[in-house]
Design a protein around this ligand. Structure first.
Ligand code: FE2
Length: 303
């Protein structure tokens, strides 16, 4: 019997190209399109074909418009340069390939500069539903279509500015211990805000609800569950609740928040900024998400 070798291609957690880039300390990388294996392409096709009808039913109309405007190809993994040709004239945003985990401050600061750190690997086709970390389907099919909308894009930029102000404000604290405690609390508040809006947000559309959060829009199972299941609590967005609400990433979300419009969402980021300066993000409730050393350092070292 002869052994068959399948190329690892650009499969999540198994891509030598990514390992090398990380080892070399490269943060932004190129998308080595030629490395996608036939299996990788097949995974994209299956993910896309499976979720498309659910988008029609549950996705925010602006998201569907975005998918059309980007000319996302159901048949093959997108090239970021093609995506950006459509995206940049619409909102000034671009998708930029990264080698993996982006520390919190850098991630938010990229948004402020209208760049979206984008994962280029794709999940293993054997586990379509299980997502140990983001992949190109989550990032490009889940996030990027929303970036074609100007108001939504402005929300991200504004949010990035709040993160920058949080880092600046922390620098003014002379006591090192107090500075770390404050930054930790600020990061938790920002991460929770981001989670319950950009990743898992629902919006009122007409007399129903639609998903605009990318975690929902890139999950075949959760996209229907979040809007149909009686096991999900859906509440009007309340800032004080959101920044104090812990979340867990390894199961469907039992609690989601609803905004009225993208203008409403933008106004909430403005409010978040006011709360930052009033010290209301300095002592949020403990619990998830845990703030890791790299996220903390990224804020403390921010220039
Ligand atoms: Fe995401």
């Amino acid at each position: 019997m002869t052994a068959t070798t399948t190329s690892p291609g650009l499969t999540t957690t198994r891509a030598p190209f990514i390992e090398q880039a990380r080892a070399a300390g490269e943060f932004f990388i190129r998308q080595p399109y030629e490395l996608y294996s036939p299996d990788n392409q097949e995974t994209w096709r299956r993910l896309y074909a499976r979720i498309r009808p659910r988008w029609e039913q549950y996705a925010h109309p602006k998201f569907l418009e975005g998918v059309a405007n980007l000319a996302l190809d159901p048949q093959q993994i997108p090239r970021l340069e093609d995506i950006n040709r459509f995206l940049e004239p619409l909102s000034g945003f671009s998708a930029r390939a990264v080698s993996g985990y982006v520390p919190a401050y850098q991630f938010f600061d990229c948004l402020r500069q209208r760049a979206f750190p984008t994962t280029i690997t794709i999940r293993d086709g054997a586990t379509l539903d299980y997502l140990p970390e983001p992949d190109i389907f989550h990032d490009v099919a889940g996030h990027v279509p929303m970036h074609t909308d100007r108001t939504f894009a402005d929300v991200l930029v504004r949010f990035g500015a709040v993160a920058r102000h949080a880092a600046e404000r922390a620098r003014a604290v002379s006591d090192a211990h107090a500075r770390v405690r404050r930054v930790e609390s600020n990061i938790k508040a920002l991460a929770r805000f981001f989670w319950f809006t950009i990743e898992f947000g629902l919006m009122r559309v007409g007399d129903g609800l639609r998903a605009y959060g990318s975690g929902l829009l890139s999950s075949y199972g959760e996209l229907a569950h979040c809007l149909e299941s009686p096991a999900v609590q859906r509440f009007p967005f309340q800032l004080e609740w959101v920044i104090n609400q812990y979340f867990e990433i390894d199961h469907y979300q039992p609690l989601l928040f609803v905004v009225d419009s993208f203008d409403h969402l933008y106004a909430q980021v403005d409010e978040l900024e006011r709360w930052l300066h009033a010290g209301r993000l300095d002592h949020v409730s403990p619990g998830e998400p845990a703030v890791n050393e790299r996220d903390l350092e990224s804020f403390l070292q921010a220039q």
